[in-house]
Design a protein around this ligand. Sequence first.
Ligand code: LLP
Length: 430
Amino acid sequence: MICKNIGINEAGHITFAGQDVCELAKKYGTPLYLMDEQRIRENCRIYKKAMENYFDNALPAYASKAASFKRMYEIIGEEGLGVDVVSVGEIYTAMKAGYSLENAYFHSNNKTDFDVEFAIENGVGYFVVDNAEELFAIERINGGNEKKQKVLLRLTPGIDTHTYEAVNTGKVDSKFGSAIETGQAEEITKLALHMEHIELMGFHCHIGSQVFDSDTFLRSSDIMLGFAADMKKKYGYELKELSLGGGYGVRYVESDPVIDIDANIKQVSECIKATCAKYDLQVPKMIMEPGRSIVADAGMTLYSVGTIKQIPGYKNYISIDGGMTDNPRYALYGSEYTLFVANKANDTANFTADVVGRCCESDDIIQPAVNLPKPVRGDIIAVCTTGAYNYSMASNYNRVGRPAIVMLNDGKSYQAVKRESLDDLVANDL
Ligand code: LLP
């Protein structure tokens, strides 16, 4: 199976976190997001344990853009992780969940004055500052406060990953951060060091998402620490924290590699320690911001099959009761997924079809050319590894309501987010 938490029971039904998903579809309706609570916690612990083992001072901060709703921040808080937040919406959701914001890292390449005020007022621990303008805004808005605002500076080390363009962010011409190569990184470092209401804690970079080995982390840490050494020489600044951005990739399909996160973090730690020694730097507190690898394999989406269309000589379509509104990732990135007909898990796959949604849009495809047992109306389709960037990227296109999120834990299930009703859809219309 693509993930350890997926199985097949005696009825020939797919199970997730030990529970029959056809029963869950019956109980809660479809489309439906399922989340395996224990899997989320285990994923948190893999990062926490490895970072604690291999560094003297380190913290994983969950990148909550991957899945942001109150229950997630509660779990993340209980597991002792920091969070990466990218909007006042995410900050507010974390606050409503009772998550303490001292280990929150506030990202975004364009924070408005309102965003800055809101974050300072509510005690967000760190700003990850993207550019000089933002630095001036924080200095001005924090002017009345005694406490300095801690910041990391987001720098672009000029590295290209092998991942697809949309999640490739470490290049010099990226919209994110200030580039080392152009001198802008040094400029904002100088600025930050001279500001009265700002405490420069360190540097941040993020190279890309869905990364399967440590090569990019090793290359970026060398550039970042080299830059820190330069800043030490020129301005006497000693780096306290270094964030290397997002976490490792996940397996969507069998051909994706299996990754040993613990071993990779060990390798990164050895490299960081050696590089710090090379540049005569103290080893800083290390931050990583995993999002996808915390929640992706903890998620599964269930749909009911509707129309099955066979176009002789051309192709077949299986239409489901969700689509790009709850999972836009194939439409956006051509992302691959593993699918099952959940109530026919042991049947022979004898039917090739595009699994498509019900939006008025030809690109509303969950996955093209999937080989499955031929379904009939009412069968349940399970799409695996949907815990990251599905609910958080869902929309109401075509006035389709977002599905509920049901958490699975220890043989029980409970709703963390309710299904959007028709009244929810018109709630803001005046
Ligand atoms: N830190 C920063 C600054 C980031 O920009 C991101 C992801 C992360 C952490 C988390 O990276 P992860 O551990 O999840 O790889 N919507 C796209 C992914 C966009 C990722 C953006 N940044 C998708 O569905 O694949």
